[in-house]
Design a protein around this ligand. Sequence first.
Ligand code: DOR
Ligand code: ZN
Length: 435
Amino acid sequence: MTEHAPTDLLITDVRPYGEDAVDVLVRDGVVTEIGAGLTAPEGVPTLDGGGHVLLPGFVDLHVHLREPGGEESEDVATGSAAAALGGFTAVFAMPNTDPVADTAVVVEHVWRRGQEVGLVDVHPVGAVTVGLEGVKMAELGTMAASRAQVRMFSDDGKCVNDPLIMRRALEYASALNVVIAQHAEDHRLTGGAQAHEGVVASRLGLAGWPATAEETIVARDCALAREAGAALHVCHISSARTVDVLRAAKAAGVRVSAEVTPHHLLLTDGRLTSYDAVNKVNPPLRTAEDTKAMRAALAEGVIDVVATDHAPHASQYKDTEWQAARPGMLGLQTAFSVLVHTMVEPGLLDWRGVARVLSERPAEIGNLPDQGRPIAVGEPATFALVDPEAQWTVRGAALASRAANTPYEGMRLPGAVVATVLRGRITAQDGKVAR
Ligand code: DOR
Ligand code: ZN
């Protein structure tokens, strides 16, 4: 557990899941009382909730913290700060680092850095294959048994393209009770292309990444997961067709879950006209029909969770021509606002729904017993306090990430995270990280 001691705290005037205002008393990191007119026992600090909405702390199944080896773009400290400011209390850090997180040594390093920084629970994701090369399976069991207790494995950034390796990985996952998170992209169909295959890419003369490259891998993997009785998680779904595959697999009882990113809920390939690589992301931004399908599937529960795919890249990797630029966008500090804009304001999700897709379901999928818990007596005091009425203008330079590659630069977005609480300790408040 964390090196920071759990804390006592009285949080006044908050509306759990948007319901009636109450006070919440926390002792030793656990909720001991919920009711109106509670008073702080001697020496217990008070957090004024201002009538805002209290949700369970957000859990992100998909972030890139770039440590080790990519510290010019992000590290565990800057990424944890961005997470806490975004309302997150746990994140899963993808293994495409340098060295790759494909051994117990590397995953334990990332885990320990998370503990030292102490702003958010950092859960390293282990690589499925050695060096993310897709050839030889990594030692999943050793990583699972390490101090980092790895519960999720992925070659994210690359697809586990070889069906035999994917089959073996799912068989191991079933035996180890861990989940395989697939970056679904048949590289033989995309050939490394990085724009949605459609009219926009044709007009710009960019090679196309067809949606079928995602759909076919998801269909294949659902069949393999069914056979192995394993838990499969599909990263960053981007296409309407993939939703149909998922719906059918879930109806057939396959243990499959899926995520959508905030950018695939909001942005389309219509933004590509300037060749500005801030819009380059993998999988690519697709059509308005696809964003609409993503929203409907998230509301319906066919897509289980929102995960950011927070992908910081220093300016030298982004301020360059389209072909050379690295794919990825920041996501941690804007995720909640984009969700309010795309799902809450149009009435597709209520606050219970937001708690489900940003906290409860991701904690279940990631196998985290003390995250995504109900706001109730006896439960961990791990919360995001949010102001749905607030509006703010996104400025990449003002975000806590070391990189500034936000696609929302200058955009005015609704909803703000007022405070984040991890086991009774305030990790962020009013836009500042607690040190
Ligand atoms: O856009 C992306 N960026 N997609 C990925 O799959 C990897 C990620 C990264 O590591 O930057
Ligand atoms: Zn990916």
